[in-house]
Design a protein around this ligand. Structure first.
Ligand code: C5P
Length: 395
């Protein structure tokens, strides 16, 4: 995600869930997003503006008459400089003001002056949320062409009752903001990503596998979705959460992964095979746990798994096919040989010992025409964007 310098106007209104916004500001800053907090007077009763000033490293604005510099007409200037406006939590009171064009504080004035996209996260007691007045105000807001009103989550509310009205967790709001700010250069593209290891069972409780964490493939699926692609993620067993906006398909063995990817392959534009697929599986599967006294576990006879990328490359029409090569030696030569043999359009090569289980990766990207890029070690999220950049040059 290339979000350095993108600016979000974060409107914070007076609900108990304001405490979650402290963490949200921290997450946004970690993603290099510039955050300007606008609080209502009521919000300051829950969390001090000082907390937001320190977390956002910017002055917090509250009254219509606050300003950052004497020469600025602040609400107009803020509106011109922002890339996105987010209101979280949005109380029934502020929703009503937005729906009726009331401009009585810095937030409501800036809302009227802002012509870009506004994402609103209502959060309140479920009776207040369900009230016809609030519902009417929300439907008025939904009719403004620059406003998107998100559904509150359901669950236990701070007032003690359970129902609809919860503010989503900071991570989810942050992900939505990153999605809104990301350049949509993969809009309309259909991308199939595989990730994680496969498990080749010997009996119900034992299997052959490898230490792939799935982090690289999940980062690619996430980045492609943020950049506007329609994404399928076929994943072997991992401990990772399925990314938002991705069609997620869980598989276990190489044969299952082959079945699922084959079904989807014909309808996609890009295949990225980052899964660490087991090359072999046990020839026989015992449906009962093999007892340790049994002699046959001393030798596990193996047979070859389908080579998914090779089989799909044979039937490809327009698809751009990207593979991975996790090598322990001769990385460049082995990767080139693999790319040619498996008829890939591009290969991402790395040292297996530098990639497995880690949050960073150091890769070499090689194209069919020989163009080669050596990247320094960087977080897998950034590697994912670099890989997508290279693909976008060729499609
Ligand atoms: O030959 P090697 O396993 O190193 O090739 C790695 C590439 O081939 C990866 O993109 C991997 O996802 C893919 N692969 C496959 N089916 C296999 C083994 C590997 O698609 N059975």
């Amino acid at each position: 995600m290339r979000l350095r310098g993108r600016r979000v106007l974060l409107g914070v209104t007076g609900g108990i869930s304001v405490y979650k916004i402290c963490e949200l500001v921290r997450l946004l800053k970690k993603s290099n997003i510039d955050v300007q907090v606008l609080m209502t007077e009521e919000a300051t009763k829950f969390v001090s503006p000082e907390t937001f000033r320190v977390l956002s490293q910017r002055e917090v604005l509250i009254s219509t008459f606050d300003y950052l510099e004497a020469s600025r007409v602040e609400h107009v200037q803020l509106a011109q400089e922002a890339d996105l406006m987010v209101i979280a939590p949005a109380t029934a009171n502020t929703l009503a003001k937005f729906a009726n064009g009331i401009a009585d504080n810095m937030l409501t004035c800036t809302f009227l002056a802002y012509k870009g996209k506004v994402v609103v996260f209502p959060s309140m007691n479920s009776n207040m949320y369900q009230h016809p007045a609030t519902q009417r105000n929300i439907s008025i807001l939904k009719n403004y062409k620059n406003v998107e009103v998100m559904e509150p989550a359901s669950g236990e509310l701070a007032c003690g009752v359970s129902g609809k009205g919860r503010l989503p967790e900071p991570e989810e709001i942050c992900e939505e903001i990153i999605f809104q700010l990301s350049v949509k250069d993969f809009d309309g593209k259909k991308v199939l990503v595989t990730a994680g290891p496969t498990r080749e069972h010997i009996d119900p409780v034992r299997f052959l596998s490898n230490p792939s964490s799935g982090k690289m493939g999940y980062a690619i699926a996430k980045a492609a979705a943020r950049r506007g692609a329609d994404v399928w993620l076929v994943s072997g067993p991992t401990n990772l959460k399925a990314p938002n906006r991705v069609r997620f398909i869980n598989v276990c063995s190489a044969r299952e992964m082959f079945e699922e990817t084959r079904k989807i392959f014909s309808s996609v534009d890009i295949l990225i095979m980052s899964a660490a697929v087991a090359d072999y599986r046990p020839k026989t599967f015992s449906s009962q746990k093999i007892k340790k006294e049994e002699t046959r576990l001393k030798v596990i006879e193996l047979e070859k798994n389908p080579d998914i990328i090779l089989e799909l490359s044979k039937i490809k029409s327009h698809q751009f096919v990207v593979g991975f090569a996790a090598e322990t030696e001769e990385v460049l030569n082995n990767a080139k040989e693999k790319m040619n043999r498996k008829k890939m359009d591009m290969i991402v090569a790395n040292l297996a010992t530098q990639a497995f289980q880690k949050d960073t990766n150091k890769v070499i990207i090689i194209h069919k025409d020989g163009t080669t890029r050596f990247l320094p070690e960087m977080p897998k999220e950034e590697v994912a964007d670099e890989i997508l950049d290279e693909i976008s040059l060729k499609i």
